[in-house]
Write a protein of this length. Structure first.
Length: 249
């Protein structure tokens, strides 16, 4: 092809057709420019296609994480109200202590539970710590992803603080009055042990101001945690819906 163009130029010069030669040269330059532009456009298409494939993989990883978080949050939203009710019963029974405690009431008092919500943020942390975030074309999604870690961190901190409080404050008070021998059931092998061990004192436990304060505090803490869980669920759902739409498109 190059030899062909050279032959034409040589022929035009030989025949002293300067005007035609200049027109031909301009046309040749235009063809070269067009070729370069086409090559650049093809390169841009390839880069765009590669970027979109990378974005899709990234969105799929994020979608898996956020769906997992939604499932965990939904589970916690079922458990936390139950915990609030259980701690409410302890407070209620403390008010009825002078009327005596039934076996069912004693069972209600044995509450030292909490919920630990399993939340994942590995993909998001990796994205925000690099330039990978720029692969995401949806600006609304990028904004929500950027603000999500702060809400997630606040929720985890509240939950961990509550767990530390239950383990460090409430449970030691609980163990001071309640004997685990109550849970050995009716196994005859432990009859002698249960006769000699110090019995549980539910009445004194309910009269202990520190224990009651811990129960009231944990109940209030769980109510705050419930609100945080609802808000985190709302944000997670919003992001997950956008991710689903982006993957469909």
């Amino acid at each position: 092809m190059i030899k062909f163009f050279r032959h034409i130029r040589k022929q035009l010069l030989t025949e002293n057709k300067t005007g035609k030669y200049i027109a031909y040269a301009i046309g040749e330059i235009i063809l070269v420019v067009i070729g370069i532009l086409i090559a650049l456009q093809i390169n841009n298409w390839n880069e765009e296609r590669t970027a979109r494939r990378s974005e899709q993989k990234l969105l799929m990883s994020l979608s898996e994480d956020f769906k997992s978080n939604l499932a965990s949050l939904e589970y916690s939203l079922k458990i936390i109200p139950n915990l609030i009710e259980e701690y409410s019963l302890v407070i209620e029974h403390a008010g009825s202590i002078n009327d005596g405690l039934s076996d069912n009431m004693k069972d209600d008092i044995i509450v030292t539970g909490f919920i630990r919500t399993v939340l994942v943020d590995g993909t998001l942390t990796s994205i925000l710590g690099s330039t990978t975030l720029e692969l995401i074309s949806n600006e609304t999604l990028k904004r929500l992803l950027t603000s999500y870690p702060a809400r997630l961190r606040d929720f985890k901190e509240s939950e961990n603080d509550l767990i530390d409080y239950v383990n460090g404050v409430q449970r030691p008070l609980f163990r001071s009055y309640i004997s685990l021998s109550d849970f050995l059931l009716d196994d005859p092998r432990f009859d002698k042990f249960k006769k000699n061990v110090q019995k549980s004192d539910y009445e004194s436990l309910l009269k202990n101001r520190g224990f009651l304060n811990s129960v009231i505090g944990i109940r209030s803490w769980n109510k705050d945690l419930l609100n945080q869980c609802l808000e985190l669920q709302r944000q997670t759902q919003e992001i997950n819906l956008i991710l689903e739409d982006e993957l469909k498109n």
